[in-house]
Design a protein around this ligand. Structure first.
Ligand code: UDX
Length: 460
């Protein structure tokens, strides 16, 4: 009894200790990191967020956290984001430009008070060496799926065979990739335009994941059980699967763009499960002709649609300049286009029938949590991997195999919204939705994993 009592009092003191978190400065990474910070705060930890000046979160939405901006120099290359699809270029730059400012900031904070650990995005692999130097445990937040990390680990980014340059004309375009048979060559060519750079980034990220004190995943065990087993065996560091984080705290307070909430009233007027919701996340870009094919596809299916078109998303245009002539007039009240939506509320709305998505991991999880079947149009990095899991493993969506082209779009929407196949897809994703809820309940896998994480951090 006595020893239990002293353990409890030790934990309640240590849980008031501070944790420092450092997100990558992109929407799809800021959201889960700030959600995680909120989760840990409710478990008694004090929170400091070190963050890049680029895409700075709004501290006034988090009066309970301390924010420390560092000079990342990202604005020197940020203008290239719209034209350069090579994610490894931007991440490699940040892994160099942030080293000194991050180290100085962290060392300053450690001089002020005791800190339990630092939690940094897996993409900030340089932070492991800094944490080691400062003798501070580093836990990693990996914001993608477990399956994505397994695929990255297996894919031959640095092979001389040039697998990432296969074209439609090559005989193996539709074939499985031997190193990760779930994926086809036509999937992996989308992952990166710079396999060498991506390979180096992945190697660094995986090495520093394996050198860390633990990995937090924004996923839940029941979704990725076999991947979790493999990673637990291969990586030799504790893994915590306590997601989906947005079920504890929504992402709206970390939104970098203002969400257009007027569309919720429009959704209220639509029949149940009738609306096609379309959004390609915060960083993907498409060409003008792809944009026009999307518009024709949506016009032809004669269902209500809500389409998020981020300013600058269509290459070479500001916003809607390349829509087909009189498109908006022709659509009338059937279609709405907005710059940014309250996505989680849209997905949870009874009128939403399917989600045509780029399969960023947050969007994929948000769709699963609301039981909304997907149409998958992955653009790059982890998205083609997520899309294959959605269509071929979990069978909760349809992959637009041949890109953005109006006939294929119409057929995919019909398969999900109208055909018998769509009913089965909806049943499967509803089952997953139930599993998510169970995992978050008292005694469920995510709930237990969160308790384990809190105890683990308290033990430092
Ligand atoms: C990026 C990568 O593209 C993605 O593949 C990776 O898994 C995470 O980082 P992003 O492209 O922005 O993220 O996609 P996603 O992961 O889906 O995150 C987008 C977030 O923005 C979601 O939380 C979503 O709810 C939110 N969002 C999106 C809005 O709030 N409003 C919108 O209109 C669209």
């Amino acid at each position: 009894m006595e020893s239990n009592g002293s353990v409890t009092s030790l934990r309640s003191t240590t849980r008031r200790r501070r944790i420092i978190l450092f997100p990558l400065p992109f929407q799809g990474h800021i959201n889960p990191m700030l959600q995680l910070a909120n989760i840990l705060h409710t478990h008694g930890f004090k929170i400091t967020i070190i963050h890049a000046e680029y895409n700075s979160p709004n501290p006034s939405n988090y009066p309970h956290f301390t924010f420390k901006p560092i000079k990342d120099r990202f604005s020197e290359i940020a203008h290239q984001l719209a034209t350069n699809p090579d994610a490894s270029y931007f991440l490699t730059y940040l892994n160099k430009s942030c080293v000194d400012p991050f180290r100085d900031c962290l060392a300053g904070l450690l001089a002020e008070e005791t800190v339990a650990c630092v939690i940094t995005d897996a993409g900030f692999y340089f932070t492991q060496a800094v944490a080691d130097d400062l003798k501070l445990p580093r836990i990693v937040l990996r914001t993608s799926s477990l399956g994505c990390v397994l695929a990255y680990d297996a894919l031959p980014f640095n092979s001389k065979k040039d697998c990432f340059n296969v074209t439609k004309q090559d005989s193996n375009y539709e074939a499985s990739v031997p190193e990760y048979p779930l994926l086809k060559f036509k999937d992996i060519v989308k992952i990166t335009t710079n396999p060498q750079g991506m390979g180096d980034l992945v190697t660094n990220m995986l090495n520093q994941l394996k050198a860390s004190s633990g990995i937090i995943w924004n996923t839940f065990k029941e979704l990725e059980e076999s991947a979790l087993e493999t990673i637990s065996q291969d990586f030799h560091v504790p893994s915590f699967t306590l997601g989906p984080f947005h079920k504890y705290f929504p992402a709206s307070s970390s939104s970098l763009i203002e969400q257009d909430r007027t569309i919720l009233k429009w959704l209220d007027k639509q029949p149940p499960k009738s609306v096609v919701y379309v959004s390609f996340g915060s960083v993907a870009h498409i060409t003008e002709s792809e944009f026009q094919e999307m518009a024709h596809g949506l016009a032809n299916i004669e269902l209500p649609f809500l389409w998020v078109v981020r300013p600058g998303m269509v290459a070479g245009t500001e916003w809607l300049q390349s829509l087909p002539e009189k498109f908006l007039e022709r659509m009338g009240d059937r279609g709405r286009i907005v710059k940014w939506s309250p996505q989680q509320e849209v997905l949870a709305h009874p009128a939403t029938g399917c989600f045509w998505t780029h399969n960023g991991w947050n969007s994929t999880l948000e769709s699963i949590c609301e039981g909304v079947p997907m149409i998958c149009s992955p653009c790059f990095v982890d998205q083609p991997i997520n899309a294959r899991y959605v269509s071929d493993v979990w069978k909760i969506g349809v992959l637009l195999e041949d890109g953005l082209e109006r006939v294929g779009i119409e057929m995919a929407i019909k398969r999900v919204m109208i055909d018998k196949e769509g009913e089965e897809t909806r049943e499967r994703i509803s089952c997953l939705k139930e599993k998510v809820n169970l995992s978050l309940d008292e005694g469920g896998s995510s709930c237990l994993s969160l308790n384990n994480l809190v105890d683990y951090i308290s033990s430092f």
